[in-house]
Design a protein around this ligand. Structure first.
Ligand code: 5GP
Ligand code: ZN
Length: 121
């Protein structure tokens, strides 16, 4: 159970969390950091990255309720600060290859500042 949460020295987001690779911080909480996406897909594109190495949302369980509460609370707070709360925004996490996940460390995209289409491509 705890093994999957050990830091992975080869993981890009573990290295960003550790400060070994620079990123543009937006906000942080005890269990999650928020940084600007290096390749923004919307006027506001923030990544909420868990401090622990969790491969994806497929590895979450009931015990992660507080972690997820923290993620969404931080997302809402950032959305207000970014000025996108009123118009609306999207919070999404990709899982696996067909889900579009490219970094196997749990993160949530906060996207806003433009109208989003549905369904995603
Ligand atoms: P995924 O494709 O796994 O859902 O999301 C990974 C995200 O990480 C992508 O949106 C990508 O642009 C972003 N990304 C990849 N490398 C870096 C990096 O070195 N720094 C930052 N801030 N974002 C990155
Ligand atoms: Zn990691």
């Amino acid at each position: 159970m705890s093994e999957r949460r050990d830091r992975d020295p080869g993981c890009l987001f573990c290295r960003i969390v550790a400060g070994e690779i620079p990123s543009e911080p937006v906000a942080e909480a005890d269990d999650v950091i928020a940084i600007r996406d290096i390749s923004p897909r919307a006027p506001s594109h923030v990544l909420l990255v868990t401090r622990e190495h969790i491969p994806s949302a497929a590895d979450l369980g009931a015990a992660d309720g507080p972690l997820l509460g923290s993620v969404f609370e931080l997302a809402a707070s950032i959305a207000r600060a970014e000025g996108i709360a009123e118009t609306g925004y999207r919070v999404v996490t990709n899982v696996g290859e067909w889900g579009g996940q490219t970094v196997p460390h749990l993160h949530f995209h906060l996207l806003g500042g433009r109208s989003m289409s549905w369904p995603p491509g």
